[in-house]
Every structure is written in C-alpha cells, then in structure tokens.
Design a protein around this ligand. Structure first.
Ligand code: AMP
Ligand code: MG
Length: 469
C-alpha cells in the first residue's frame, strides 16, 4: 500500500515538510489489526509495526508534513497553532494517516512535541468506542511507547505515539490561519480543497455561492455530530475551533469524557474552569465555531462586508434553528419515538430533568427503559415524576423494538479508562485489550463484558480529566 497526497498540492505555506523524531526503543502497546486489514496495511511483525507506528520507518509513499492552523481557544484567537506534535504521513483510501506525539515541528512553540502514554491510550479507546457507537470520528490504528520518558506536571511518564486516521485534519482553525494573514488566495484554495474532499455535492460555479453552501454543509454536519454526542453523553472537553473538523467528525480527543451521572452543566476538563464546553453548551459552541468559519469566508462572499454578512445570515439561520431539533430528535430516537412534536419535546425535557434531579446514570437510565416498561425499576428513583413520565411515554406508543439499538449499555467510563492507564504505565496492557474488546459491541454487550457496564463506586469516581499536553 503506497500513501498518496493531496494536501501537498497546496502551496508550501499550508504546511511544513518535517520528519518524525528519532526514538530510542519503540514498543507496541496496542494495534488495531481489523482497521489495518480494512486499509490494506500489512506488517510482518510487531517490531516492524512499532517501527512504523512511531515514525522510525516510513510507509511507502510517506511525505510527512505538519499542517499550519490557527484557532480560537476558549474564545481567544491564537494566530498560530499548527501540528506541534503531529506528522501527517499522507493519505490512504482517502483518509489522512497521522502520527501524534511524534516530535517537534515548526509549530511546536514551547512544547516538546511529545505525548505521554496515558492520553494516547485515552484517545485510542474513546475514538474506537465512538466508532462502535456510530458517532463519526477519527479512528485509531495503534499506540507505541517510544522508550523515552516525557515530563509533565506529575513527573515522568512513558512517551508514546498514537497513529490515527481521519477523513481529514482540516479544521475551522485552518481557515482562520489564512484569514488572519488576509491571504484570500489561500482561503479560496482551501475552500475548494475542502469541497473537493468532503462536499463534492457542492457544484456552484460562483465562489461566493460555493462558500455559502460550504458553510451550510459544515454547519449541518457539526450540528448532526454534536447531537450524536448528546445522545451518548459525550463531552469533548476542548471544542476550540482548531479542534473543529471541517469534515464533521470528532477529532482531537483530549480531556474528553462520557458522563456517568446526568447533569446538563457537567464538565470534566481540568482546563475548562468556566464550563464553556460543558455537556449542555456543546451545541451553542458548535454554532459559535461555525460563526468563526463564516468570519473567514466573509471576504470571499462579497467585497461589501454588509452584503456578505447578510448572505451568511440568510444561509445559516435555518441550519442553526435546526440544531436544537437535532438534539430532540436524537433523544426521541432513544425513546423509540420516530417523530417530534411539542409533547415529545416536553417529555424528553422532563425525563432529562428527572435524571438530573436524582443524579441518575445517563447510560443505564436509557439502556434500561425496556425493562422499566416491564416494571423493573432497579435503575430509577420511583416517584410521581417517574410515574408521570411512564404514562406520557406509553401514550406516545414507543416502538420498544427500536430502543436497544439507540441506547448503548456500554460506554468508556472514566474510571475504567483511568485503571487501564494506571496499569499501562506499569507495563500491563491486558486491561487495555480487554476494555477495548468490550467496547466493540456497546449496544449488545456479551455477558463476559457486563462488568464494564456499571457506574463507578464512590471511591472510583473521576471528577477531572487532563489533556496531558
Ligand atoms: P491540543 O490541545 O492537543 O488540541 O493542542 C493544541 C495546540 O498545542 C496544537 O497546536 C498542538 O500541536 C499544540 N501542542 C499540544 N501539546 C504539545 C506538545 N507537547 N508539544 C508541542 N505542541 C503541542
Ligand atoms: Mg488540537
């Protein structure tokens, strides 16, 4: 399999050509052989796999680059971010293949270009779990330790490289990079590259129309994506524009987490002190991020900023208006109700309020709805709110045969991930493999993995997650 390249057809100012760092002793931690098979990648041994997944040997056709991008981080614009610790090797079957933690680049700023093992494992498990849950996401091919230690707040940790695949690594922040430099030629190239790669249905001959269609399409995909996050209780944690994918897939897993107890305002990330990226804010943030993309495309839409702004507003109004509906629809599906109306919306809101007021487990409360109908109240607080919900829900004639496919019983719970990482840091990868295997069937969990479905005991609870950068 020979890697191909389209990004390097863009001018040199879009990226830096740079090779991964040299590492003393790469060793394989986990390898996704099913994904490798699907991609037509074959390696002759674990040693070869570790060499390739740490960038010590390059796949045929690799031309490693670090991509330039900017980003709004927690609302503040940073003109230059870029791949400071990642190397895009090329494309395989139209997907980007990228190493993360593979060394310094021109975009590293003060960073060491490294990743500790813990965050690489978290991204591996959570991205693969998201895929199994049916949420659009980057995939993980494997994790390799480098043989180096990296130094973070809590002292030395094993260094690691994660290999990931994504529809692309084009971000809202890529557009911001060129808009900040007032490089309209680059913006036009980027717009057309994005359309060619992800939105081939857009065929308008006028640039302004292509930009508006692109905006609408990206907004739609982001809205659909974030609605799916809501439906599985996922909190991305760092929804900065540099982590907002133009292809509409989940990328850049950092201090992300799945909720155990349901709370609209739930935050896990240690760096999100204002709760900007709290669970229930994510759809608002998605719209904010799309507005930043609109700012970038504005000069391509009209020379007159007022005309451009009004065309953007016309293009986005109905898409933004549908964001809330996408969330309700996702929850209606979880309740076995195919259609929305005001009663269904109220039912959803009241059920979520009930879960929140009793701090009930999000995943188990939905996964056991079928049993609840049969009178099994084990996972619920029995009170008049529950009675009222059941009565109103049954009045809507839910299709109970549909709900198990809409409600996973297994999510990658923080306390399980933490245990896996603790074990891995002392060289034991058995738990990692077991949890990963369990997460492959979240809607129909085999008996041997049922023990992973429970919420944490009080002493196992994880209150914060860290990006580990
Ligand atoms: P992230 O929080 O991983 O989305 O990264 C935000 C920005 O910081 C990106 O430009 C990264 O490339 C950069 N970055 C994060 N960690 C490091 C590191 N250890 N060394 C260099 N750059 C980094
Ligand atoms: Mg990022």
């Amino acid at each position: 399999m020979v890697l191909t390249h389209t990004y390097t057809d863009l001018p040199e100012r879009f990226y830096q050509r740079t090779n991964p760092a040299t590492f003393p002793d790469p060793e394989l931690v986990v390898f996704n052989s099913d994904l490798a098979d699907n991609l037509g990648l074959t390696f002759s041994s674990d040693i070869e796999t570790a060499q390739i997944l740490s960038g010590q040997r390059l796949l045929p056709g690799s031309e490693p680059i670090a991509q330039a991008y900017a980003g709004s981080q927690f609302g503040h614009f940073v003109p230059q971010l870029g791949d400071g610790r990642a190397h895009l090797l090329g494309e395989i079957n139209g997907l980007d293949i990228q190493l993360k933690g593979s060394g310094r680049t021109r975009f590293s700023r003060g960073g060491d270009g490294r990743s500790p093992l813990g965050p690489a494992i978290r991204e591996f498990l959570v991205s693969e779990a998201m895929h199994a849950l049916g949420v659009p996401t980057s995939r993980s091919l494997g994790v390799v330790t480098t043989g180096e230690m990296v130094y973070r707040q809590d002292g030395p940790e094993p260094g690691a490289v994660l290999t990931r695949l994504a529809d692309s690594h084009l971000r809202v922040g890529t557009f911001q990079y060129f808009r900040h430099r007032n490089d309209l030629q680059a913006l036009e190239l980027l717009c057309d590259y994005t359309v060619g790669r992800h939105y081939q249905e857009i065929a308008c001959s006028k640039l302004a129309d292509r930009c508006l269609e692109l905006l609408r399409a990206v907004a739609q995909r982001q809205g659909d994506l974030v609605a799916r996050w809501y439906a599985v209780g996922f909190i991305h944690g760092v929804m900065n524009t540099d982590n907002c994918s133009m292809a509409g897939v989940t990328i850049d897993y950092g201090p992300c987490a799945f909720m155990d107890e349901f709370h609209f305002t739930k935050v896990f990330s240690s760096i999100d002190q204002q709760g900007r990226y709290a669970y229930g804010n994510q759809m608002t943030v998605a719209a904010w991020n799309i507005q930043r993309l609109a700012d970038c495309l504005l000069p391509l839409i009209s020379d007159d900023p007022e005309v451009a702004a009004s065309r953007i507003s016309d293009a986005l109004t109905d898409v933004f208006a549908s964001f809330a509906e996408s969330v309700y629809l996702a929850f209606a599906r979880k309740l076995g109700l195919p259609e929305l109306n005001s009663d269904v919306e109220e039912l959803i809101t009241d059920f979520l309020r009930y879960l929140e007021s009793h701090s009930l487990d999000f995943t188990l409360s939905f996964a056991n709805l079928g049993r609840l109908c049969e009178g099994d109240t084990k996972h619920y607080v029995v009170n008049s709110d529950l009675d009222a919900f059941l009565r109103r829900w049954k009045d809507q004639n839910p299709d109970l045969s549909q709900i198990s496919a809409a409600n996973p019983s297994l999510i990658p719970r923080n306390h399980q991930i933490e245990k896996v990482i603790d074990n891995a840091n002392s060289g034991d990868y058995g738990h990692l493999t077991e949890l990963w295997n369990a997460l492959k069937n979240p809607y129909d969990v085999p008996g041997k993995y049922r023990h992973f479905t429970g919420p944490p005991r009080v002493e196992e609870r994880v209150y914060q997650t860290f990006c580990g950068t």
